[in-house]
Design a binder for this molecule. Structure first.
Ligand code: SAH
Length: 393
């Protein structure tokens, strides 16, 4: 049996069920665990704390699988994945996140379902070690005919793992994948798209925008495949501008608009392949104004160590966003950075409003879609946090 012995007192956060063991908290490792092997985590006095996956290359030296002394085996993954899937309601061709990493007790495992296809990311040494069991368990879920892997995220390198992607189970799809959300259909590029191909966490917020957009001039910053922009069009926006620096993302967004016959609105639709930071400045300099602005940037602070730099970037775009709004306008602003807490995010946005010289009121906190669970006592989670603010000048 492999054992990981903690330094004195370092079991405290684990006792609160924070699932990570940082390298600085480890006194020694007994036995000879290889990458991803299961270790029994013990406090300095030898008492049992948890079962965890060992990751010798990572600053996160181990991630907890279970809080009791039990075998971590194929049956464990079958159970956890079945439980995660059972907790979510599968609605016909709607996209659905089936497995949410730490929140479903499976650190490093993200699995999204698009119709009969599951797209999985195996992002930690432990997830990699159990790839066969995880793939089998996902393939065994009712209605699933194939499992595609997209383990090509940067975080794999922190675990000493090479990127990997391709078909894991089942046969290749005959046609392109798609997902239906609130009556709109989007192509999902599971092979080349970002992450698993579609940002399922923004589902509820896209619908919220649809309800607010009628007659408004809307700016969708970081639009990816067009989720917010399309909902603004569907909601009767007077004009929509969408910006993304990725050519393929923007092309996908335009194709999605056409696919949903929102193209007859094309005259009021403007797609910009550009950097948001620069474009907002340009808009400010030429006095352009909007009624609603969505800011949904990529993860700017993967860990707390990046928080300061990320805070400057968040402040920059939010300040510019405030300046570009008409009086009475709405800012829908998000962060998915594990390194930025909701509290810090609110402070950054408040600072941006002050510096922009506007009064802003929080109309509501915005969260990820309803079926996205959040692990308690795990502030580092990359959960979506957002604010809907109304501005008066
Ligand atoms: N709002 C989208 C998801 C946004 S993901 C949705 O609902 O689906 C973040 C997007 O930001 C990606 O598409 C990425 O290409 C884009 N991006 C990253 N940095 C950027 C920058 N500096 N300027 C413009 N777009 C950027």
């Amino acid at each position: 049996m492999h054992r990981l012995i903690l330094k004195p007192g370092r079991e405290k956060s684990l006792k609160r069920r924070h699932p990570w063991i940082f390298s600085g908290g480890v006194a020694r490792v007994e036995g000879n665990p290889r990458v991803g092997d299961t270790v029994t985590v013990c406090s300095a006095d030898g008492a049992f704390v948890a079962m965890a996956a060992y990751s010798p290359e990572s600053q996160i030296r181990a991630r907890v699988w279970h809080w009791t002394a039990r075998d971590i085996d194929t049956a464990f993954f079958t159970q956890r994945i079945a439980a995660a899937a059972a907790a979510r309601n599968v609605i016909d061709s709607a996209g659905l996140r089936l497995v949410h990493g730490e929140s479903d007790g499976l650190p490093g495992v993200i699995a999204d379902r698009f119709g009969d296809t599951v797209v999985v990311q195996l992002l930690s040494a432990g997830a990699e070690r159990w790839r066969g069991a995880i793939a089998d368990a996902l393939a065994a879920l009712p209605g699933v005919v194939r499992v595609i892997e997209r383990s090509d995220a940067d975080v794999r390198a922190l675990e000493g793992l090479p990127p990997q992607s391709g078909l894991l189970r089942g046969s290749a799809a005959t046609g392109p994948l798609s997902v239906r959300e609130h009556g709109l259909e989007y192509a999902v590029d599971a092979e080349q798209g970002h992450k698993t191909g579609f940002y399922l966490d923004q589902r509820d917020n896209r619908l919220l925008l649809r309800g607010l957009a009628n007659g408004r001039a809307v700016l969708d910053c970081f639009c990816y495949s067009g989720g917010f922009a399309l909902n603004a069009l569907a909601g009767g926006a007077a004009a929509v501008t969408a910006i993304d620096s990725s050519g393929p993302a923007l092309a996908a967004a335009q194709a999605n608009a056409a696919r949903n016959k929102l193209v007859h609105h094309e005259s009021k639709m403007e797609w910009l392949e550009a950097d948001v930071f620069q474009t907002l400045r340009r808009f400010r300099d030429c006095g352009r104004k909007f009624d609603i602005i969505v800011l949904d940037p990529p993860k700017l602070a993967p860990t707390a160590a990046h928080a300061e730099k990320a805070a400057r970037a968040y402040k920059d775009i939010n300040l510019l966003g405030f300046k570009l709004l008409n009086s009475g306008g709405l800012l829908m602003t998000y962060s998915c950075s594990g390194g930025v807490s909701p509290d810090l995010f609110q402070k950054i946005v408040a600072g941006a409003a002050l510096d922009a010289g506007v009064d802003a009121r929080i109309e509501r906190w915005l969260h990820a879609a309803d079926d996205h669970p959040v692990a308690l006592n795990f502030p580092e989670g990359e959960y979506l946090k957002g604010l809907l603010l109304r501005v008066s000048v």
